[in-house]
Design a protein around this ligand. Structure first.
Ligand code: NAP
Ligand code: ZN
Ligand code: ZN
Length: 347
């Protein structure tokens, strides 16, 4: 066991504070990673505030982890000390079910994946995330960060990148397809970059026009304010795919009305309360309402190569650990451009 410094929420809704946690000894197939950067995902906030139901405290959030391998166990074949690596939302799964075999570990049916934090590991101990100096992870849940991406802008790709890349691939975003991205935050800005790099025509639907210049610079072709009711009239029946990245509930009828016939709205945002939709919004044009969770390990590696090739790192605001609580407030106020990343040297 190794004791490492970390930032934890001691209880639901309590501010995060510096603490110490134990990491397990490096096992046969384990990789010890010196964490350099970790992104702040809105999911960290939902969970630290216990917004998604009962959570495990103290909680060390963080599932957008980038760092360098410090040590490997004797059975590790894919990594060695000095490699630049990442860890996302999962640190294990059953590895035996059909979904695990297909590389869709996020949909593991053998008891579900072991999440990077707020979960119980196979050793029966709670998992602790990346707001910490080091982490020990089985090599099968570690990915390689390509040389073309610096670690700070790569960190958010481990959740925001894969969560948007996976549905864009699944629903065939590409040339000739019109993609709308709702919400220009952490996920939204990566959705714009990735959909643009895939060759789709991209429209941002944001609450206001205040980030319009950024949206166009990131690769959007069009940018509309959802606070303007004319937006929904003008765009009626337009999009093949809507990626909804909003962390709160929306007027779904209005958003579904801008899908074309056979279009799909993919809900990536996970509001804390159940949402309501009228099925009338779907039946008239055979529209689909769907969702998607992160992405599997092979697809996460593929996404990192894709982002390196297209120069699509995240747009980040680097902060010290002492600023985490303030950053949480700013994310909740939609005041993020476009991902807070913690320099873990400050922990
Ligand atoms: P974020 O950085 O806070 O971005 C969310 C954006 O949604 C905001 O920047 C804002 O954009 C818009 N927004 C916020 N409140 C709104 C409201 N009341 N009405 C309309 N728009 C609003 O959050 P994130 O880290 O991207 O995460 C977004 C959501 O995805 C969270 O619920 C998170 O838990 C979830 N998530 C899901 C997965 C998955 O696997 N499905 C993975 C990661 C995260 P504008 O200012 O442009 O309007
Ligand atoms: Zn996340
Ligand atoms: Zn499984």
């Amino acid at each position: 066991m190794t004791t490492v410094a970390a930032y934890a929420a001691p209880a639901a809704k309590a501010p995060l504070e510096r603490t110490a946690i134990e990491r397990r000894a490096v096992g046969e197939f384990d990789v010890l990673i010196g964490i350099e950067f970790v992104g702040i995902c809105h999911s960290d906030i939902h969970q630290a505030r216990e917004g998604w139901g009962e959570a495990i405290f103290p909680m060390v959030p963080g599932h957008e982890i980038a760092g360098v391998v410090a040590e490997v166990g004797p059975g590790v074949t894919r990594f060695r000390a000095g490699d630049r690596v990442g860890v996302g939302c999962m640190v294990d799964s059953c590895r035996a079910c059909a979904n695990c075999a297909a590389g869709l570990q996020q949909y593991c049916t053998g008891g579900g994946p072991v999440w990077t934090y707020n979960s119980i590991g196979k050793d029966g101990e709670p998992t602790y995330g990346g707001y910490s100096e080091k982490i020990v992870v089985d090599e099968n849940f570690v990915v390689r960060i390509p040389d073309g991406l610096s670690l700070d802008v790569a960190a958010p790709l481990l959740c925001a990148g894969i969560t948007t890349y996976s549905p864009l691939r699944h629903w065939n975003a590409g040339p000739g397809k019109k993609v709308a991205v709702v919400g220009l935050g952490g996920l939204g800005h990566m959705a714009v970059k990735i959909a643009h790099a895939m060759g789709a025509e991209v429209t941002v639907l944001s609450q206001s026009l205040r980030k319009k210049d950024d949206g166009l610079r990131l690769g959007a072709d069009q940018y509309h304010a959802t606070s303007d009711p004319k937006t929904f009239e003008e765009l009626a029946g337009t999009f093949d795919i809507i990626l909804n990245t909003v962390s709160a509930s929306l007027d779904f009828a209005a958003y579904l009305s801008v899908l074309r016939t056979d279009g799909t709205m993919v809900n990536l945002g996970l509001p804390e309360e159940p949402v309501q939709i009228g099925l009338q919004s779907l039946f008239g044009h055979r529209r689909s309402m769907s969702s998607s969770g992160i992405g599997g390990i092979p697809e996460t590696q593929e996404m990192l190569e894709f982002c390196a090739e297209h120069g699509a790192g995240a747009e980040i605001e680097l902060i010290g650990a002492a600023e985490i609580n303030e950053a949480y407030e700013r994310v909740q106020a939609s005041d993020v451009r476009y991902r807070f990343v913690i320099d873990t040297a400050t922990i």
